[in-house]
Ligand binder design. Structure first.
Ligand code: B12
Ligand code: SF4
Length: 474
């Protein structure tokens, strides 16, 4: 079958940053299954809606698959509707976290035949096979659809892939790969940078987080991970990699084995990962450093014990401080992600976060807490009537940094003013600790990553909102 997978953009004109691994994994499974797969990547190829629709239609696909997380809903919706008209006979499906958590909304708004729920490789392949043979597809595990009566229906649940090593590697070659190979590492140094997904799943239950892969952590073998990096090095001359996994650092022996293999087989490679503060220790960090790790981003989120409790983080500010200290001691650059505006947030809890950042000697953009679909705070906010119009809420989600739903008892103006205040204080405390090195480095790094236009644009945005770029941590 001819299958076209489409990656909707995050916002028009934004530069491609992160490779769409989900879509690329689905693509490679379909290729392995014998299908003819093409990709129309609106973000990587910087395509307008008109050109994307024309490109899909020109390929006369039998099946079309839409990807992209919930922040791309606005574009997925327009795409789905336009593709339904342009290629009326094609089977139209979508996957990823947005479609999985809000299947009915996606099915109706994007004019879909089916939503692939959760892990997509096997479900998508079985669906395409069934469409090809004309077999009944509604019983294939892991699918949501609208019944003949028009109501939401689900097939049986799909079991997770037990052995991730058996999945074919992401189909990098179907994407405009150079758009995703970053020229700079996390510290602004010249390199070639591409990430690798090493595991799936997370056992924690932070209330603002949606875990598409469930609670059980499944890891690829260190051998499979390192040979994928070797392939990236050979094919694309990668010199820097990273692991965007939910919990890369959670299993000591796994991390140590990955480090050992990297050290033996990829000397000179540099890498980064996301970390959880209660899963690292001095010896492990030192091994990570020896094998080339030089940047870890921790999900810290708040410096207030009460807020960490409200988020169900299961860590304390002291544990966060300790992890940052140990990471730096090992010679690895440590960063953190923070958010503001959780249920119960007050001026006092924000002051605690400002004080925490000063103690930790850390700075980071503070994003407003957003109740993403599939999370506990989304359910609560919906039940409280704080999201009266779901579609317009989803459509506004493509601006990380905006206050979409205020979960606190403060007014929007108070909360925004406090965020500006916190951002300014945190940034200033950090810069003034070592002004002669930090101020020029900050400007240079931003210039390298974003270019002169980006620097001016972001400077204007920071001045306007006190905001920053989004990061992701666990
Ligand atoms: C890396 C990452 C990022 C990267 C970029 C990812 C990207 N390519 O756009 C960065 C750091 C930029 C990022 C930013 C954000 N992220 Co993020 N991110 C992740 C992370 C850690 C991994 C994503 C990934 O690559 N997974 C690996 C691949 C293989 O899995 P996958 O994408 O889910 O794909 C599988 C299925 O979804 C499905 N599938 C996917 N696409 C398709 C398409 C078809 C046709 C089919 C059939 C199936 C299918 O099959 C795939 C294979 O099994 C996830 C957490 C996670 N573990 O998934 C969060 C996650 C996706 N992010 C999330 C959020 C909220 C954000 C932000 C909004 C945070 C913020 N406030 O700024 C921003 C939005 C940025 C944007 N541009 O849209 C949420 C989404 C929640 C939700 N309900 O939708 C997640 C789930 C984190 C969380 N635990 O809450 N993120
Ligand atoms: S924020 Fe991180 S630790 Fe918490 S549930 Fe999500 S992935 Fe797990």
């Amino acid at each position: 079958m001819r299958v076209t997978l489409v990656y909707p953009p995050y916002g028009s004109g934004r530069r491609a940053r992160y490779f769409p691994f989900g879509l690329a994994y689905v693509a490679s499974s379909l290729v392995k299954g014998g299908h003819e797969v093409s990709v129309v990547d609106m973000e990587g190829s910087n395509l307008s809606m008109d050109s994307a629709v024309a490109a899909v239609a020109a390929g006369r696909p039998d099946v079309i698959g839409l990807g992209g997380m919930v922040t791309r809903f606005r574009f997925a919706k327009e795409l789905g509707r336009r593709l339904r008209e342009a290629v009326p006979d094609a089977f139209l499906m979508a996957g990823n976290s947005g479609a999985t958590t809000l299947p009915e909304t996606y099915l109706r708004s994007c004019s879909l035949d089916a939503v692939v729920l959760g892990e997509g490789e096997r479900t998508a392949l079985e669906l395409v096979d069934a469409v090809e043979s004309g077999a009944e597809w509604r019983g294939i595990p892991g699918v949501a659809f609208l019944s003949d009566a028009g109501s939401l229906a689900f097939s049986p649940q799909r079991e997770p892939v037990e052995n991730l090593d058996l999945l074919p590697r992401p189909a990098w070659d179907l994407f405009p790969i150079e758009s995703y190979i970053h020229s700079y590492d996390h510290r602004g140094r010249l390199t070639r940078h591409m990430e690798v997904v090493a595991s799936r799943g997370c056992p924690y239950e932070c209330v603002y987080c949606y875990r598409i892969y469930g609670r059980r952590v499944r890891r690829r073998s260190p051998e499979s991970i390192v040979s994928e990096i070797e392939e990236l090095v050979a094919r694309y001359r990668i010199r820097y990699t990273g692991f965007p996994d939910d919990l890369f650092t959670s299993d000591r022996s796994f991390v140590l084995e990955v480090c050992r293999l990297i050290r033996e087989r990829l000397p000179g490679l540099k890498w980064s990962c996301l970390g959880r503060v209660n899963t690292v220790d001095a010896a492990m960090l030192s091994e990570m450093k020896r094998s080339g790790c030089y940047w870890i981003s921790y999900g810290i989120e708040s410096g207030s014990p009460a807020m960490l409790e409200a988020m169900n983080r299961k860590v304390t500010p002291e544990q966060c401080l300790e992890a940052l200290k140990l990471t730096r001691k090992a010679g690895i650059h440590a960063e953190g992600s923070f958010m503001i505006g959780m249920y119960g947030e007050t001026r006092e809890t924000i002051e605690e976060t400002i004080a925490f950042c000063a103690r930790a000697d850390i700075t980071a953009p503070m994003l407003f807490v957003t109740p993403y679909p599939g999370t506990r705070i989304f359910e609560r906010a919906r039940a409280e009537g704080r999201i009266p119009d779901l579609e317009s809420f989803l459509s506004e989600m493509n601006s990380a940094g905006a206050l979409l739903v205020n979960l606190t008892d403060m007014t929007d103006e108070e909360l925004k003013a406090l965020r500006r205040h916190a951002q300014a204080r945190i940034g200033l405390n950090y810069l003034m600790r070592r002004p002669l090195t930090r101020i020029p480095v900050l400007i240079l790094k931003h210039l390298l990553l974003e270019g002169p236009v980006g620097l001016l644009r972001d400077l204007a945005a920071v001045l306007k909102s006190g905001g920053g770029r989004s990061t992701s941590g666990t």
